[in-house]
Design a protein around this ligand. Structure first.
Ligand code: NAD
Length: 426
């Protein structure tokens, strides 16, 4: 198998998400023999918006937050991607995430381009009122660039259904009409899709099922460790648990829990809702939050944030399958180490595409004004995820590349084809 050969990187370069995205893009584009002009066009985002958002805080003072919205591509449809709130949001991170959205939508073959947004803030230290005012002002600042046919935001880290409701309402107030299709991941009573909340976790469970089949392994005795117990991690854990996987470890930013016989996930979800943390869960033992990632398991699922598997810990991993629930959890250097170890990687742009796929269903339902049952949504999602898994794996086999490069190549090929067909407007 061909792997991505990289020049020596500094730690800062290794963990820069934009550099990681760009080097994988370059490698895949070269393998595809991509036309130089299209290469340049697809390598960089189409539009980058930076806004400074004044917000009146609860104590009467005014704080100014910096926000971004980056649209990487609109070649295959409206730009699509989440909005995250975190203290360490950066333009390079949002750029990378926007590009990944383009490739992700193309991997699962849905008619969207890619975008991402972020606001530098610490939501843990903000009240609901402050978050609402910041969200509404951020929406107003980017309002000319979003819309059901332009760019459709969704939740990401530290944003949720409530955030989407505020964005939808602010946009609708400006337009003078209720426009539900401007965002996805909304509450079900205001145009959200059934199954959206669990969709990313559900998609992860489908690709895990497919990977086991592909590798001749079985669910029985399949041990799973997850990092992150938020939307993606907790739903993935819960669905895998219901399917009969044995979840032996969960790690969060403030601690980890471990039980070699399997963790009762519904009980852990209840405990976290009550205690506000996974720590102190009686039916498991505490563990070190970083070391636990290197314990023996069949499937490791990073579902928290970027740069978790790096050149510093990749060699220590003892999983057979790495299923990337988070975006960009593995660095380029770590990829090479994992390839040498024979770890089967299900890359982020495939593994966590269940969220955007059901967002696509939500957008379709909003535009029709007709809503599907949860089982209809789930069935359609399962079909797309398992077909996409097979597409990526067979593309990799045919082109003698690993799963990640196969996913990039498949996606770039699709976006380049449409871009060429549309032509360059000058
Ligand atoms: P979230 O905010 O709901 O959950 C993230 C969880 O990870 C939180 O519980 C947080 O405490 C924990 N966490 C943060 N840093 C950590 C660390 N260093 N170690 C352990 N735990 C840590 O966010 P989410 O929506 O679940 O997103 C998680 C990841 O999945 C992100 O990379 C996001 O871009 C990606 N993703 C999300 C969706 C979606 O539908 N929500 C879809 C595709 C990809």
């Amino acid at each position: 198998m061909a792997t991505l050969t990289t020049p020596a990187l500094t730690l800062e370069q290794e963990t820069n998400p934009w550099e990681a995205q760009a080097s994988r893009f370059d490698f895949a584009a070269k393998k595809l023999n991509l036309d130089q002009g299209i290469w340049k066009l697809l390598r960089y985002p189409t539009r980058e918006i930076i806004v400074h958002i004044p917000v009146q805080m609860d104590d009467g003072s005014i704080e100014v937050f910096t926000g971004y919205r980056v649209q990487h591509s609109i070649a295959r449809g409206p730009a699509k991607g989440g909005i995250r709130y975190a203290p360490d949001v950066s333009l390079d991170e949002v750029r990378a995430l926007a590009s990944w959205m383009t490739w992700k939508c193309a991997v699962v073959n849905i008619p969207f381009g890619g975008a991402k947004g972020g606001v530098i803030c610490d939501p843990k230290k903000m009240s609901q009122g402050e978050l609402e005012r910041m969200t509404r002002r951020y929406t107003a600042s980017i309002i000319d660039f979003i819309g059901p046919e332009k760019d459709v935001p969704a939740p990401d880290m530290n944003t949720n259904e409530q955030t989407m409701a505020w964005i939808m309402d602010t946009y609708s107030m400006h337009m003078g009409q209720t426009s539900t299709a401007v965002v996805t991941g909304k509450p079900v009573n205001m145009g959200g899709s059934r199954g959206r909340r669990e969709a990313t976790g559900r998609g992860i469970s489908v690709v895990c099922d497919e990977a086991l089949k592909h590798l001749g392994m079985s669910i029985e005795g399949c041990r799973v460790i997850l990092q992150g117990f938020g939307n993606v991690g907790s739903n993935a854990a819960n669905i895998l648990y219901r399917k009969g996987y044995t979840i032996i470890g969960i790690t969060e930013y403030d601690g980890a829990v471990y039980n070699a016989d399997g963790i009762d996930i519904p009980a852990l979800i209840e405990h976290r809702a009550r205690a506000g943390t996974i720590n102190g869960f009686a039916k498991a033992v505490p563990a070190d939050k970083d070391e636990i990632l290197t314990r023996e398991c069949e499937i490791l699922i990073p579902a928290a944030t970027e740069n978790v598997i790096t050149s510093r810990n990749a060699a220590d991993l003892r999983c057979r399958i790495l299923c990337e629930g988070a975006n960009g959890p593995t660095t380029v250097l770590a990829d090479e180490i994992l390839a040498e170890k024979g770890v089967f990687v299900i890359p982020d742009i495939l593994a966590n595409a269940g969220g955007v796929t059901t967002s696509y269903f939500e957008w379709v339902q909003d535009r029709m004004g007709y809503f599907w049952t949860e089982s209809e949504v789930n069935q359609r999602l399962d079909t797309i995820m398992s077909e996409s898994f097979k597409d990526v794996v067979s593309y990799g086999t045919a082109h003698q590349v690993n799963n990640r490069i196969a996913a990039y190549m498949l996606a770039i090929d699709r976006v380049a084809f449409t871009t060429k067909q549309r032509g360059v407007y000058a």
